[in-house]
Design a protein around this ligand. Sequence first.
Ligand SMILES: CCCCCCCCCCCCCC(=O)SCCNC(=O)CCNC(=O)[C@H](O)C(C)(C)COP(=O)(O)OP(=O)(O)OC[C@H]1O[C@@H](n2cnc3c(N)ncnc32)[C@H](O)[C@@H]1OP(=O)(O)O
Length: 224
Amino acid sequence: MTDSILDLHINDGLTDEEIDHEKNTYGPLAEDVRELILLALQTRVDADDVARAREHLAAAREILERDRETGPYGTRYNDSGRYRTWGNAVMGLRNAIAPIGEIHEEPDGRVWADFRLNPAYEGPAGHTHGGVTALVLDQILGDAARAGGHPGMTGTLTVRYRRRTPLGALHAEARIDRVEGRKTFVKGHIADAEGVCVEAEGIFIAPQWMIEHRENLDTSPRRE
Ligand SMILES: CCCCCCCCCCCCCC(=O)SCCNC(=O)CCNC(=O)[C@H](O)C(C)(C)COP(=O)(O)OP(=O)(O)OC[C@H]1O[C@@H](n2cnc3c(N)ncnc32)[C@H](O)[C@@H]1OP(=O)(O)O
């Protein structure tokens, strides 16, 4: 398991221009698929139109499958230090289910994101699924640990749902509370316009393999 994380931490040698080209090519594709996820949920067209749309989708799949990778995206970087986690379930540029576009880092250690959850993230009727808010918090808290120079794996994530989280515009933020040896304690929350909906505390632990590889494995830089 450890080896597979390191095996998927790859310098793929792309130039910055090639990375930008990939970004401009595959980012909009993920956007289109994101729209399709919502349309699959919301369309009211009749069976004939659905059948016709599915023919187009099958044709699109046939084109996209002509040249594809089969495994996870992993972490890719280049010589100028641009790190990409484009498969990440929360903020991966190429991942159509990722709800967050960008996570911001402030000089004071605060990490935050403004994002929208559409009805594809529904749990209780009209509200956000609790697993989705936990997913977002795991990432934001983990990113605060990483941004503060203490990257680690989530050991424990404690989530307190203070009130229902609506769908729509939300804000998430986190910061390091304290560091005890290999353990970094991070606190954060998700809020809507009315205030905090979900609070979390996470313990992020730097495993031995991460510490051993820290010299030749830059674990702290910001991911795009
Ligand atoms: C490659 C680069 C990666 C860069 C990452 C960028 C992040 C980006 C953001 C990503 C965000 C997404 C993030 C994700 O999705 S991470 C994915 C979800 N998390 C996992 O899959 C983690 C799986 N578990 C493990 O890998 C290990 O069990 C870990 C690493 C957690 C500890 O295994 P290790 O063998 O190292 O531990 P140890 O036994 O030597 O104990 C050491 C200390 O820790 C204490 N302890 C142990 N376990 C727990 C626990 N569960 N809660 C609280 N405390 C725990 C223990 O008492 C001891 O404390 P003390 O006695 O010293 O006081």
